[in-house]
Design a binder for this molecule. Structure first.
Ligand SMILES: [Zn+2]
Length: 215
């Protein structure tokens, strides 16, 4: 077991239902950021080659409702500050929220482009250049609208010691998946960042075609 000051025994009351945890923490370190001091932990899947990163701060306690977010990797938005989507500002807003609360965890899921991978995402962007929206582009390429699976993200939160969570998300599928995985959702914390076109168009598509909770 690695040295992890925040790791606590899981609460016996937790309604965790998964038969076993299929992720393993491999490293854990401090991560000072522009938004505050976090810890960063690396996880690997025991059933695939998927790797995960989680940043968190404060005591991870199964009895305390804790802010969490599952952030899906968006190379274009998170790193290159693309304005085709609102991923980068959302990630930073979530980090600010966790910092302000003094407690929380953000799982960074490396499933680029809602699970289709960066190369296919660029193919989808090329179709969008021709006029398709984000959903039509994925369909034209033969991919599910959303190919992501959140089970192991939930397992990471559980492994950190969390059980009752306040989920920062507008995505009903993520909320349902975390609940199915056995976490208790005590609150949904909406996240909306100011967006200009073309991100605003992308968000309208998410709201209309994917049922996201957006105003
Ligand atoms: Zn994005």
């Amino acid at each position: 077991m690695l040295d992890n000051p925040s790791l606590t025994e899981s609460s016996p009351d937790c309604p965790w239902t998964s038969p076993s945890i299929t992720v393993e923490q491999v490293a854990n370190a401090k991560l000072p950021t522009e938004f505050g001091e976090f810890r960063i932990a690396g996880y690997r899947s025991l059933i695939s080659d998927e790797e995960f990163v989680v940043i968190y701060k404060g005591e991870m306690d199964g009895d305390t409702p804790t802010l969490v977010r599952i952030h899906s990797q968006c190379l274009t938005g998170d790193v290159f500050a693309s304005i085709k989507c609102d991923c980068g500002p959302q990630l930073h807003a979530a980090m600010r929220m966790v910092e302000a609360e003094g407690r929380g965890a953000i799982v960074y899921q490396q499933q680029e482009g809602r699970g289709i991978g960066i190369l296919n995402k660029i193919r989808a962007y090329a179709l969008q250049d021709e006029g398709a929206d984000t959903v039509e582009a994925n369909e034209e390429l033969g991919f599910a609208i959303d190919a992501r699976d959140y089970q192991q993200c939930a397992e990471i939160l559980f492994d950190l010691g969390l059980c009752k969570v306040k989920v920062i998300s507008n995505n009903p599928d993520k909320l349902a998946a975390l609940e199915r995985a056995g976490l208790t959702i005590v609150e949904r914390v909406p996240i909306e960042v100011k967006s200009e076109e073309p991100a605003a168009h992308y968000l309208r598509t998410k709201k209309e075609k994917m049922g996201h909770y957006l105003s």
